[in-house]
Write a protein that binds this ligand. Structure first.
Ligand SMILES: Nc1ncnc2c1ncn2[C@@H]1O[C@H](COP(=O)(O)OP(=O)(O)O)[C@@H](O)[C@H]1O
Ligand SMILES: [Mg+2]
Length: 390
């Protein structure tokens, strides 16, 4: 490499990919720099050739090159990374995001799963709450974070009427999740539904909470001891979705969709957003996939095949197909009650099976690092035959 080429490379070490937040050299995006006469050719490898931020990156490179070598004309050759280069870059971005992540009380070995969809009414809350109950029934301590701030539904689905308490001082406080015993395990739930309409604590922190509720639910809530933290996301691709990657870079995303027209398209946008935030997408769950009639036949009332197409297009596994459950008694019984009954229905049976799969494939990692209470806890779980711990 010639001296001017080296000087340009050095100048470009400060250029950061605006989306991934990591230097372009570190990411392997700067392939080559050549200076030929009065012209510098910069070869760039982008994660996708259609990168919407391409012009911005190029502008910044151009200004750095010109600052290092005034008078040089700057040209670009742009190529697309191959799958393994892209995966390496994403991994690096993820690791960087994790380093910069704010501190939470979530144990290092626990698993954070955000249940998301492009649109509302596809069954996110039902699936999140049922997965939580099913995992707790297997003995896990499961945090449930209701990130649907305005459309919260976990309290009702779980049949919990309670008021969450805040401990500490006005400056430094913590939300105590509502604890619900479920079989050998426990749910720890935080929802706006536990915070509103309360007169005594309202003055102290309701205002504080509303403003940045999701962040408070992540950072200022006592999530210690949880094996899983399941997040019931609001629909769409708004601020809370954007905050997810920043606040919880370890989260895996479970995408819920239905065979209805258009649901797949919006799910695709959701997946795109998760991937841009370097969040791993665990897979797709198709809800309301079919209805089993009294003769045991499957009826694909909302159509068939669109979710498989979506999965193929996005290279994602189809983790489960949840049938339509009977509407009978649905409004009266809570999810824990229904899951406790002998016949929870086709839908909840399928969600329970998904919970068992997740307990195997996305198992919490037991953290043995020196903490005796954790070791004692581990022993207790081993003795009670809890699955999924390695
Ligand atoms: N598999 C299913 N079978 C029957 N009804 C379902 C199923 N999944 C969800 N529902 C119903 O659909 C409605 C929307 O579900 P919900 O979980 O609130 O969706 P979201 O959180 O995505 O808005 C609720 O009335 C719920 O009981
Ligand atoms: Mg919901």
């Amino acid at each position: 490499m010639t001296e001017p080429e080296e000087a340009i490379r050095a100048a470009l070490s400060s250029v950061v990919d605006p989306e991934l937040g990591v230097g372009i050299i570190e990411l392997g995006m700067l392939r080559d720099v050549r200076v030929d006469g009065g012209r510098a050719i910069v070869q760039l490898a982008l994660t996708t050739i259609a990168c919407p931020l391409r012009a911005r990156i190029q502008d910044e490179i151009r200004s750095k090159v010109v600052a290092a070598h005034p008078g040089l004309e700057v040209g670009f050759e742009v190529v697309q990374m191959d799958a393994s280069e892209r995966s390496r870059a994403m991994k690096l971005a993820r690791a960087k995001a994790a380093e910069a992540a704010p501190t939470t009380s979530i144990p290092a070995g626990s698993r954070v799963i955000a249940v998301a969809s492009g649109k509302g009414g596809v069954g996110k809350s039902t699936i999140t709450a049922s997965l939580g109950v099913a995992l707790a029934r297997s003995g896990y301590t499961v945090g449930l974070l209701d990130a649907d701030i305005w459309g919260f539904s976990l309290p009702k689905l779980l049949g919990v009427e309670a008021r969450a308490a805040a401990t500490g001082t006005a400056e430094e406080w913590r939300i105590e999740p509502i604890r619900v015993n479920v079989g050998p395990g426990e749910l720890r739930v935080v929802s706006m539904g536990f915070l509103t309409e309360d007169k005594s604590s309202a003055i102290m922190w309701r205002g504080l909470v509303l403003n940045r509720a999701f962040q408070h639910f992540v950072e200022d809530t006592d999530w210690s001891e949880v094996d899983y933290l399941l997040i019931d996301m609001p629909p769409g691709t708004g601020d809370i979705q954007m905050g997810l990657a920043r606040l919880l870079p370890h989260a895996g995303v479970l995408v819920v969709t239905t065979p209805h027209d258009n649901a797949g398209e919006v799910a695709m946008r959701m997946v795109d957003m998760a991937r841009k935030g370097s969040l791993p997408v665990l897979g797709v769950v198709e809800n309301m996939a079919y209805f089993v009639c009294e003769h045991g036949e499957r009826h694909y009332v909302f159509g068939r095949g669109s979710t498989e197409d979506l999965c193929a297009q996005l290279s994602l596994p189809l983790l489960a197909r949840i049938p339509l459950g009977s509407q009978e008694g649905r409004a009266e019984a809570t999810l824990p009650e229904r899951l406790d009954s002998d016949d929870p229905g086709d839908d909840l049976a399928a969600i329970s099976a998904l919970a068992q799969d997740l307990a195997r494939t996305v198992a919490p990692i037991a953290d043995m690092s020196g903490c005796t209470s954790r070791l004692a806890d581990l022993e207790r779980r081993m003795l009670s035959g809890r699955p999924g711990l390695s």
